[in-house]
Design a protein around this ligand. Structure first.
Ligand SMILES: Nc1ncnc2c1ncn2[C@@H]1O[C@H](COP(=O)(O)OP(=O)(O)OP(=O)(O)O)[C@@H](O)[C@H]1O
Ligand SMILES: [Mg+2]
Length: 256
């Protein structure tokens, strides 16, 4: 299976401060990769790099057959963004738009669609896929946290991206609602065959849905393996993160 996303020696900096260092990763088609790590370690920054929202200061990102480098132009980044589905940390629905308008947004913005009847029927189909009833005319403020996540997922998938990027999809949800979102992501991934990069610090979610786990600390990938290897691993980085005792700045990693 061809990789949909590859990072080679990727670094990113804000105001001259490097927050991601020399990150390598490869995501293959139809699989779910979880990026875990303590708060502030650089997970969202990595996801924003994968989304073409920021550029690396070093290294190369191969994304759906396109290349992002430090000197890639904004126009090329915009083209790349149109091919992706992204659910940002917190969901970030447009509060002034109805659910239907939120979900339809990428059809207009990414695909240039204008046929209202077709858009309306695709929105209804997508509401069905995320197991929401007809809440098209409701506004985000009228929905529960779990419903908002479903709408955000529906919006990210309506234009059939081959890569879905999810930032903390279960944060702020009660455990039962969180497991429902996990199951939804798994079911949709099976149904549509896209690849997923999920950023989370919810270990239950990560081990429950992923084919591959990456653990990040201080901007570097400290451990990588599958969920079974994670459960068996005696690696101090894994054990300390699993036990909630990760201490930033004092970990040794594989660094690969
Ligand atoms: N736009 C920005 N400008 C300056 N610094 C930033 C910016 N975005 C992130 N950072 C810094 O980069 C580092 C990594 O932040 P990031 O948001 O990627 O962490 P995270 O792992 O997603 O954390 P959390 O689990 O809390 O969401 C932090 O030190 C943060 O302050
Ligand atoms: Mg984050």
């Amino acid at each position: 299976m061809n990789p949909v996303l590859e990072m080679h020696g990727v670094s990113a900096a804000f105001d001259g401060r490097e927050v991601i260092s020399n990150v390598d990763m490869k995501l293959t088609g139809g699989r779910i990769t979880c990026l875990m790590g303590p708060s502030g370690c650089g997970k969202t920054t990595t996801l924003r790099l994968a989304a073409g929202l920021i550029k690396p200061t070093k290294g190369v990102i191969e994304l759906l057959g396109k290349t992002i480098e430090p000197d890639t132009g904004e126009e090329d980044l915009i083209d790349i963004r149109r091919e992706l589905g992204v659910v940002f940390q917190g969901g970030a629905l447009f509060d002034s738009m109805s659910v239907g308008q939120n979900i339809a947004f990428p059809l207009k913005y990414c695909r240039g669609m204008e046929d209202q009847e077709r858009i309306s029927s695709m929105v209804l189909d997508m509401l069905d896929h995320v197991e929401l009833g007809d809440v098209r005319d409701k506004f985000p403020s009228e929905l529960s946290g779990g419903m908002k996540k479903r709408v955000a997922i529906a919006r990210s998938l309506i234009h059939s991206p081959s890569l879905l990027l999810l930032d903390e999809p279960t944060t702020g949800l009660d455990p039962m609602t969180a497991r429902h979102i996990d199951k939804l992501v798994l079911d949709l991934c099976d149904k549509f065959g896209f690849s997923v990069l999920v950023v989370t610090h919810d270990i239950v979610s990560a081990l429950g849905i992923s084919d591959r786990v990456l653990l990040m600390n201080e901007g570097k990938i400290s451990w990588r393996g599958d969920p079974e290897e994670w459960s068996r691993s005696e690696h101090p980085v894994v054990r300390r993160f699993a036990e909630g005792m990760i201490s930033v700045g004092s970990m040794e990693g594989r660094g690969t």
